[in-house]
Design a protein around this ligand. Structure first.
Ligand code: T5A
Length: 209
């Protein structure tokens, strides 16, 4: 594969579907092909956005849905300006663990924020991933993985099963509504099997680049 331009790949899905695991494996696979890769995440990914991440995940306060959504976009604007755009401009491939689809799924589908308003803010961010891989796992399997990991739950992880079911359905609908950008991947199998599906999706999408 000949590479000249930076690319922007996002990994999406609910809690514990394996985004962080697959992001690391994909970065290794691309690096082994000589591609310069930047791994990043949301909320966060730049110093200012990481400060907002702490505020959003700590659970120190219960945000009004509109305020929470705007905080995610404030972090995103900072992240895009300070990390994502510079990397792509330098010819690097950016792999981002969550991006604007997470706001649609969590704040829109999950918490009832206005999807049209979220859509207008997505337009203001002004950058759309070249490829979004939505990792899909039944909630019970994902919850089992989180339990096995044994870390303390953050504010979103503590929300109830109905919330997580709406989030999963939201991601599935987003993937189906955006077939040119999104690939919906069954991520309930073994780590290596999911990795193979992720790499195949990436190589297929960028084969002509
Ligand atoms: N959020 C974020 C919003 O509400 N709106 C927004 O706009 C944005 C951007 C971020 C939170 O913020 C919310 C969503 C989130 O709740 P986070 O800590 O970044 O918080 O949380 P997650 O993105 O959910 O990250 P997690 O680390 O919790 O989950 P991952 O990354 O999906 O899963 P991963 O790779 O860490 O794996 C979890 C465990 O499962 C194992 C791993 O080894 C690990 O132990 N595992 C597997 N086990 C078996 N089979 C596989 N295939 C496995 N893959 C991974």
């Amino acid at each position: 594969m000949q590479v000249t331009l930076g690319r922007f790949i996002t990994l999406e899905g609910g809690e514990g579907v394996g985004k962080t695991t697959q992001s690391a494996l994909l970065a290794e696979a691309l690096a082994s092909r000589g591609i310069a890769v930047v791994r990043t995440r949301e909320p966060g990914g730049s110093p200012g956005a990481e400060l907002l991440r702490d505020i959003l995940l700590s659970g120190a306060t219960d945000w009004a849905p509109a305020a929470e959504m705007l905080l995610h976009f404030a972090a995103r604007a900072e992240h895009v300006a300070k990390t994502i755009r510079p990397a792509i401009a330098a010819g690097q491939w950016v792999i981002c663990d969550r991006f604007f689809d997470s706001t649609l799924a969590y704040q829109g589908y999950g918490q009832g924020a206005d999807n049209a308003f979220i859509g207008s803010l997505i337009g203001m961010v002004g950058i759309v991933p070249d490829l979004t891989i939505v990792l899909d796992v039944p909630e019970d399997i994902a919850a089992g993985r989180m339990r096995l990991r044994g870390l303390a739950a953050d504010r979103y992880e503590r929300l109830d099963a109905a919330f997580h079911a709406r989030v999963r359905q939201g991601f599935r609908e987003i993937a189906m509504a955006n077939p040119c950008r999104c690939v919906l991947a069954d991520a309930s199998g073994a780590i290596q099997a999911v990795h193979t599906a992720v790499v195949t999706a990436v190589l297929t999408r960028f084969a002509a680049s």
